[in-house]
Design a protein around this ligand. Structure first.
Ligand code: MN
Length: 199
């Protein structure tokens, strides 16, 4: 099995009260695990692609064999996105951005309040399931974008600095239909040191 479920970098209750323990257990142990299982299953018929890194699969999604492309897009994207998502959060984090990301926010979005507002709009306007991102273009510009399903910025030639899962499975147990409350709470969890590794 070429791809494996990574361990959560903290206990499943570490993000309480903003993201509850049961949501984390199901999100990581069931949803993320299923993306890994289904990615491995899809790759069974494509020996040439089994040794590729997860990042390479995402970046080269257009050349993955057609018969498994959608499965790799959905499950490889799901695996990559969640593997990133867990690392961006932590217990006792949040607060004002620091380091390089603070500079990017200031130069591109004026200030943190405006950045949060624009990022929140991307998260709220994604109809159905998907993600909001701070993406970095090839020429070094930073953009807020959203993607459907498990697509990510790597699939259209960008890098991902920050990503927020807005699938209902990410918040429904605690927040039900109140996606805005989940998005607002998420800022209390951001691990800026980890995010700075991606700027
Ligand atoms: Mn998810």
């Amino acid at each position: 099995m070429p791809h494996e479920l990574p361990k959560l970098p903290y206990a499943p209750d570490a993000l309480e009260p903003h993201i509850d323990k049961m949501t984390m257990e199901i999100h990581h142990g069931k949803h993320h695990n299923a993306y890994v299982t289904n990615l491995n299953k899809a790759l069974e018929s494509a020996a040439d692609w089994q040794g590729k890194s997860l990042e390479d699969l995402c970046r080269n999604i257009a050349t993955v064999p057609e018969g498994i492309r959608t499965a790799v897009r959905n499950n490889g994207g799901g695996h990559w996105n969640h593997s990133l998502f867990w690392t961006l959060m932590g217990h006792g984090k949040g607060g004002e951005p620091t380091g390089k990301i603070a500079e990017v926010i200031k130069s591109t979005f004026t200030d943190f309040a405006n950045f949060r507002s624009k990022f929140g709009e991307a998260a709220m306007s994604r109809f159905g399931s998907g993600w909001a991102w701070l993406a970095k273009t090839k020429d070094g510009r930073f953009e807020i974008v959203s993607t459907p399903n498990q697509d990510n910025p790597l699939m259209d030639g960008r890098d991902a600095v920050l990503g927020l899962d807005v699938w209902e499975h990410a918040y429904y147990l605690k927040y039900q239909n109140r996606r805005a409350d989940y998005v607002a709470a998420w800022w209390n969890l951001l691990n800026w040191d980890e995010i700075n590794k991606r700027v």
